[in-house]
Design a protein around this ligand. Structure first.
Ligand code: BES
Ligand code: MN
Length: 457
């Protein structure tokens, strides 16, 4: 059996930044490394080419009567910038105080390695285990999975032979409190560019005869929220469902300290949609955020100019039952209606993601048609977490997004058991990302026990 931490170090050394073509070599290295490792532990590895980064399908077949689990993970990572804020180089992993540091250690190479190691250990102990396993690893998660939709269509029939997806790409509040994630938010992204005059203008020579693009954009942006902190787009909340009581109770068990959270963020006051506290807002409500805004003079000192161009990048996080296509239409309709007629503008599409929700077994609103294998996987995960972490898991929705999980449900009909593994202090997408090695070891035990149980052993 290989050493999981050493293998994780090797994996992290490949700088697999999917969004930046300069990292093509790192993408190739990470793909070959993980495909090779899965081959070494006895899997049939297929590298599925896509328009950009390949998807790895590695399977351990078997009798059709055996349960079939897909384990999802992503081998791509976020850019490591800003590099100067890292204490040690992002792609030179290092273990300090029980954590492994490096870009992608938590999101998602560490959690993925956790499952690979669990499977390796399990199959070494039980070479005849009656369980089919398919690793489905993607290299475009951090850029919105542009190739995954086509892959799902092409491989639908093969993926349909599975009973569920088992994976770890979500968080937990502390080392002793695991969360099984029951919902992920969806996404709609776009950019709005406003242009006015043909070039930047002297604001004395021409000021007073045209609307400044920054003003036009600011007026538009200011219109997107009302005085109750809600998104001010007609129809935006139409498809948001009421949250079940058990979900609110589960959130209460989490016992978040709002004041501590506020201080952690460093904000003077929360700003949430009316009727929702901070913890509820993240999990139960959609948002519209400005991710970046620009235009005009950005240098030192001042410059009397009317810029010719301004832009804003917008993203909406969606909750279960909201349709990204519909929300995009509503957003664009609002932009088209509200943009002043005295400027030029265009809307640039960016990617989107489907929201996801799954109800565990034995809840008041568990779907009657829920598959027995899925229910068994939830129960096995619950028991294993309780044994290994010393506490039963909480069942919570998450504010983040893994859009392909909703797509897998929509296209293939499969639900996912999302075993959270990364901690708030893991610094996902930020400098000094790390992954706790104790959580990794515990996660391996949980994964191994769940898979063993699914095989009926
Ligand atoms: N692993 C994260 C998603 C995540 C983060 C789940 C925190 C739970 C808590 C994933 O890799 C990610 O960052 N997703 C992106 C979406 C993507 C389309 C860029 C996100 O949520 O912004
Ligand atoms: Mn991730």
């Amino acid at each position: 059996m290989f050493d999981p931490v050493e293998k994780l170090k090797e994996f992290v050394r490949h700088p697999s930044v999917s969004t930046d073509p300069a990292f093509a070599e790192g993408m190739k290295g990470a793909k070959e490394f993980i495909a090779g490792l899965l081959g070494e532990i006895g899997f049939d590895v297929e590298v599925v080419p896509t328009a950009l980064h390949p998807i790895i399908l590695a399977s351990r077949g078997g009798d059709e009567s055996w349960p079939h689990v897909i384990i999802y993970g992503h081998y791509d990572v976020q850019p490591a910038d800003p590099l100067d804020l890292w204490n040690t180089p992002a792609f030179e992993p290092e273990v300090r105080d029980g954590r492994i540091y490096g870009r992608g250690t938590a999101d998602n190479k560490g959690p993925l390695m956790t499952h690979v190691a669990a499977v390796a250990r399990l199959l070494e102990a039980e070479p005849d285990l009656p369980l089919r396993i398919t690793f489905m690893l993607e290299g475009e998660e951090e850029m919105g999975s542009p190739s995954f939709g086509k892959f799902l269509e092409d491989y639908r029939d093969r993926l349909k032979t599975a009973d569920l997806v088992f994976m770890s790409d979500t968080g937990i509040p502390s080392k002793d409190q695991v969360v099984i994630t029951c919902g992920l938010r969806g996404l709609v992204l776009c950019e709005v560019e406003v242009t006015a005059a043909n070039s930047d203008l002297h604001s004395g020579l021409h000021g007073g005869v045209l609307r400044n693009p920054i003003q036009a954009l600011s007026e538009l942006c200011a219109s997107f929220h009302d005085d109750r902190g809600r998104v001010n787009i007609p129809g935006f909340y139409d498809d948001v469902l009421d949250v079940e009581d058990w979900e609110k109770d589960e959130l209460k068990k989490l016992g978040g300290n709002a004041e501590a959270y506020r201080k952690f963020l460093g904000i003077p006051e929360f700003y949430t949609p009316q009727g929702f506290d901070a913890f509820e807002a993240i999990r139960f409500m959609p948002t519209l955020e400005f991710n970046g805004i620009g235009g005009g003079y950005q240098g030192a000192g001042s410059k009397t100019v009317i810029p010719s161009r301004a832009f804003v990048k917008i993203s909406c996080r969606l909750v279960a039952n909201q349709d990204p296509v519909k929300i995009r239409e509503q957003l664009y309709a609002a932009i088209n209606e509200r943009m002043p007629k005295d400027v030029n503008y265009r809307i640039i599409d960016d990617h989107e993601g489907t929201p996801y929700v799954v109800v565990p077994p034995d809840r008041p609103n568990t779907p009657t048609e829920q598959s027995p294998v899925l229910a068994a996987a939830f129960r096995a995960t619950d028991e294993a977490v309780n044994r290994v972490f010393g506490n039963p898991p909480l069942y919570l929705r998450e504010g983040g997004s893994v859009p392909i999980i909703g797509d897998i449900k929509k296209v293939v009909g499969l639900d996912s058991v999302l075993l959270g593994l990364f901690l708030p202090e893991d610094n996902l997408h930020a400098p000094n990302e790390s992954f706790d090695l104790e959580v990794m070891e515990r996660g391996m035990q949980v994964s191994e026990q769940v898979l063993r149980k699914l095989a009926g052993r």
